[in-house]
Design a binder for this molecule. Structure first.
Ligand code: UGA
Length: 459
């Protein structure tokens, strides 16, 4: 009988921790575990190890409720649970494929320490057929005759809105091989759906959320295909933005009109400096590698990656054509995180831009509301060359240009008229097209966007 399952979450990163706290909030007993002892201790002590809106509050309440605990080791989480979600990292190998060593190590531990029937749910993004291989491997290594079932339940959590995405999913994909795995997972997610009951009619509307029940390989491909499609949309619109730049058209209007077609849809059509983060860049490469291993022409995905990796070039070109000489200039960089709402700087598109600036002899004043501490680890302060500032206004002081690289809402609040006279030269390059060009020009700046008509500063 599957009435009150205890859930283990192995890996407490950007996917595992929000998922663990989400399940706990839904009323389940959850045991989290992470091999990184320092991180596990920090979470046990009630401190969220990274910034994600709402995460700290949910961690406080989950610990208070007694439904969430962090195990002393992975083994004890395995032994004391019924359903085990594998949320460990799948970093990138040199050839672009996913490194599955952490998943395999966890699989071996589960096989060795299973002390009752277990359902092992792969949540990490993996290569297709990983779940099948995991099942065969656990079958081979298991000590006793317990049944170890395997399922795939890909996550669609975006950093910055991870908790919202958990509580308001647009689909819950369940790759299963048995009715019992399906029933267990539907039970675990059911409080989420019943929260969506229409109280007046008693009809479960599920809002937009739907279970998609499928086999293991299909569920794995759904995840890879989804991220690859999002990446494709972004590189597509960025290429169109480059054409707009050449002919003086406005990509924002182009994207708006394109998005009105329901076959295209409005989201992920914001042109800029490309996609970063721990997911899209590596997932599209891993998917390309999977296809190539089967002899399929993956040129379309290779092109998406290549467009993305070259997004720093138009930014440097814009700077060259807007300033007379770059050597010795100083620029303010607003935004270091790969997107707003997170302190994650992995594959942040600002990195090749900043490196390119420094290579050209430009010194940089860096600002970000959340990511400065993370960024200092990869780019330490170098007096006179790389400096960090607590506010965008301070960062802009004495500089020849401002470059907006992450669209934090805070940057919309800056009074540009007030900072114009503190700068050596009022030039603003809006790499995320977040500002109204006319307002920027009215504040006395030259405005340069991505794929938008350039506006000179008022004479
Ligand atoms: C992505 C997916 O959106 C999630 O559905 C998925 O669960 C997650 O990866 C994952 O595999 O774990 P995330 O990496 O948090 O989520 O970030 P996105 O919101 O997808 O943004 C990725 C990058 O694309 C960011 O650098 C963002 O600035 C950029 N972007 C996004 C654009 O340049 N233009 C857009 O229109 C949208």
């Amino acid at each position: 009988m599957f009435e009150n399952p205890t859930i283990a979450i192995l890996g407490l990163g950007h996917v595992g921790l929000p998922t663990a706290l989400g399940f706990s909030e839904l009323g389940w007993r959850v045991i989290g575990a992470d091999d990184l002892r320092e991180k596990a201790n920090q979470i046990r002590a009630g401190v969220a190890p990274f910034y994600e809106p709402g995460l700290q509050d949910l961690l406080n309440s989950a610990l208070r409720s007694g439904r969430f605990e962090v195990a002393l080791n992975v083994q004890s989480a395995i032994e004391n649970s019924d359903v085990i979600f594998v949320c460990v990292g799948t970093p990138q190998n040199e050839d672009g494929s996913a490194d599955l060593s952490q998943i395999e190590a966890v699989g071996r531990l589960i096989a060795e320490h299973a002390n009752s029937n277990k359902l092992v749910v792969e949540k990490s993004t993996t290569s297709v057929s990983t779940a099948k291989r995991l099942k065969d491997m656990m079958e081979k290594h298991k000590n006793l005759n317990w049944n170890i079932d395997v399922a795939v339940n890909p996550e669609f959590l975006r950093e910055g809105t991870g908790l919202k995405d958990f509580f308001e999913p647009d689909r819950i994909v369940l790759g299963i091989e048995s009715d019992s795995a399906r029933d267990q997972l539907v039970t675990i997610y059911s409080p989420l759906l019943s929260k969506m009951d229409n109280e007046n009619t008693g009809v479960v509307t599920h809002r937009n959320a739907k279970f998609v029940i499928t086999d293991l390989n299909t569920a794995e491909i759904i995840k890879h295909a989804s991220n690859s499609f999002l990446a494709t949309k972004i590189s597509f619109i960025n290429t169109v933005a480059d054409i707009c730049d050449k002919v003086g058209a406005d990509i924002v209007k182009v994207a708006e009109a394109m998005g009105m077609d329901p076959r295209i849809g409005p989201s992920f059509l914001n042109a800029g400096i490309g996609f970063g983060g721990y997911c899209l860049p590596k997932d599209i490469k891993a998917f390309s590698k999977i296809g190539e291993d089967f002899g399929i022409d993956m040129g379309i995905f290779r092109a998406v990656s290549s467009v993305n990796e070259n997004r720093f070039i138009p930014v440097l070109d814009k700077l060259k054509s807007s300033l007379s000489g770059l050597n010795g200039k100083c620029g303010a960089i607003w935004g270091l995180a790969f997107k707003p709402g997170t302190d994650d700087i992995r594959e942040s598109p600002c990195v090749p831009i900043i490196k390119g600036l420094i290579d050209q002899g430009i010194s940089v004043h860096l600002h970000d509301p959340e990511a400065i501490n993370q960024f200092k680890k990869v780019m330490p302060r170098k007096p006179g060359l790389v400096e960090y500032f607590d506010s965008p206004e301070q960062a802009a002081k004495g500089t020849d240009f401002i470059l907006i690289t992450t669209e934090w809402q805070q940057y919309l609040q800056v009074n540009l008229s007030n900072i114009r006279d503190t700068m050596s030269n009022p030039l603003l390059i809006d790499c995320r097209n977040m500002l109204n060009p006319t307002h920027v020009r009215d504040a006395g700046f030259q405005y340069v966007g991505i794929g938008r008509p350039f506006l000179d500063k008022p004479q």
